[in-house]
Write a protein that binds this ligand. Structure first.
Ligand SMILES: [Zn+2]
Length: 499
């Protein structure tokens, strides 16, 4: 049983003792001190001296929209950085050339920062891109501009949110047209490959995907072609319950890299930024308290059905009111603590709610990058919620005190554990600070636990899958901004190396 690979002089960041790992057939076969582990080597063993750089389990992004991450790179054209109308056009033209005849979809243009000071119009697009459909959404998401070929897909009468002369579409009209511009299967596979490469470069070896109906066939194809280098645990739309139950598909079903885990359910559609998260008292800077999309009875019915089918449910709940509904629905359904249903986001829970979550065996799936980006004096959350509620938003320390299983993810805003972790390790409100070891565990073994994979992922120990990350230094050895992912391994294969 000679190992194929030994990584040594690699202090284990999250385990006690040991600075070497032996790998065989994609799994860890031995862990210990370098001298001991090196003794296991045979003639074919590859040896890799990491020269003191720390080794940790691959990061697990517990909440991601995997294909979206890839589509942002290979399909959508980011116009938010365009400094002028002609620059925006140039970006669209470049994307059009890369995909002759296919849809070109731009996002994020903002004429208020352009010297031309006017909207993009149909004729601008027609002149430069006459042979393929083009649509581009303004930064606010309320107005889209389309060329003649794209406008031909718009079935609305003139005047009903449509101005054909200028090629402008508003609100639902814009969304309907964007829905026509779906990427084809090949583009989706390309997106999966791009997302996987990006994930590897960030040290991510597994994700829980909150994707839509395209995700399963796309990922299967990407895996078959050897383009997928990420373990993806899927949470499918709740509408799939009957089909999954009918086929007898239970959580854990799938291939080496793609597994069906359960269903996702959304209590509120949106966020605190969009003032759509449901609160018990109103937003500080606007009307309303957010709308719930379903009742607790409906959610309880889904939970019961999912448990009968052997599936997990990931409930998206953000504000104190939707969190209350989510927990009450779990109580109403008498969920089994062993089912490990999850609450996603969980931004404004009370300590009492966290206790009830603990009793129900629920997992807290949180995104520390939200606090890093939007919480603190003068930032978005303080504006929307006021200072008191901002001070207790994303309460990672409370979650840890309540001894809730905690899984960290990014929701793709942006993807990247090293970007997000400071939101937990050095948060804007210090009372919610987590020790870095606890935060790193939430981003590794925490994600594994949340998908019932804690027996083979998220830990460096014999028998575990050799999904590993080498950092340039440990968090106590170098300033945080200097930390980098140097190498990423999936099943013992090097899938990323920083150059
Ligand atoms: Zn999400």
């Amino acid at each position: 049983m000679t190992p194929e690979l030994i990584l040594y002089h690699a202090p284990l960041l999250l385990e006690r003792g040991g600075d070497a790992v032996a790998i065989r057939c994609g799994r860890i076969v031995a862990v210990g001190r370098s001298e001991e582990v090196l003794r296991l080597r045979g003639p074919g063993t590859e040896l890799l001296d990491l020269e003191g750089r720390p080794l940790l389990p691959g990061f697990f992004d517990a909440h991601l929209h995997f294909l979206q991450v890839g589509l942002d790179r290979v399909f959508y054209v980011d116009l938010s950085q365009a400094g002028s109308l002609s620059q925006a056009l140039e970006l669209l033209v470049r994307a059009g050339k890369a995909r002759p005849g296919g849809w070109v979809v731009g996002r994020g243009w903002d004429e208020s920062v352009w010297p031309e000071r006017r909207y993009l119009e149909r004729l601008d697009l027609d002149r430069r891109l006459p042979n393929q459909p083009v649509v581009a959404m303004r930064v606010d998401g309320h107005l889209a501009v389309a060329n003649t070929l794209a406008l031909a897909r718009c079935l609305r009468p003139e005047g009903e949110l449509v101005d054909r002369a200028r090629g402008h579409l508003w609100e639902e009209a814009a969304e309907e047209l964007l829905a026509c511009a779906q990427p084809d299967r090949e583009t989706l596979v390309e997106a999966a490959a791009a997302a996987s490469r990006l994930a590897a470069s960030l040290g991510i070896t597994a994700v829980a995907d909150m994707g839509g109906p395209q995700v399963l066939p796309t990922l299967q194809l990407a895996e078959t072609r050897g383009l997928l280098r990420t373990r993806v645990f899927l949470y499918l739309p709740r509408e799939e319950l009957d089909r999954l139950a009918g086929l007898g598909i239970r959580r854990g079903f799938g291939s080496e890299l793609v597994r069906i885990q359960g269903l996702k359910e959304v209590f509120v559609d949106g966020s605190i930024g969009a003032r759509t998260a449901a609160l018990t008292s109103p937003y500080a800077d606007g009307e309303g308290q957010g709308e719930l999309l379903l009742t607790r009875e409906e959610l309880a019915t889904l939970l019961r059905g999912a448990e009968r089918a052997g599936l997990q449910v990931a409930i998206h709940a953000i504000g104190d009111r939707d969190i209350e509904e989510a927990i009450s629905a779990c109580e109403l359904a008498r969920v089994s603590p062993g089912a490990r249903h999850r609450i996603e986001h969980l931004e404004l829970p009370t300590p009492a709610q966290l206790q009830r979550m603990r009793d129900l065996g629920l997992v807290a799936s949180m995104q520390p990058n939200f606090a890093a980006r939007w919480s603190g004096p003068g930032k978005l959350y303080e504006t929307r919620l006021g200072r008191d509620r901002d001070a207790v938003i994303d309460p990672h320390a409370w979650v840890a005190e309540a001894k809730l299983p905690l899984a960290f993810g990014s929701d793709g805003m942006p993807i990247g554990p090293l970007f997000g972790l400071p939101g937990a390790i050095s948060p804007p409100h210090p009372a919610q600070r987590l020790p870095w070891e606890v935060a790193f565990r939430a981003y590794t073994s925490g994600g594994a636990y949340a998908v019932f994979a804690e027996g083979e992922l998220g830990k460096i120990a014999p028998g575990y899958l050799a999904d590993l990350v080498v950092l340039s230094a440990g968090p106590s050895q170098a300033p945080w901004e200097e930390l980098q992912v140097d190498m990423t391994f999936l099943s013992g294969q090097l899938i990323y190396e920083r150059t």
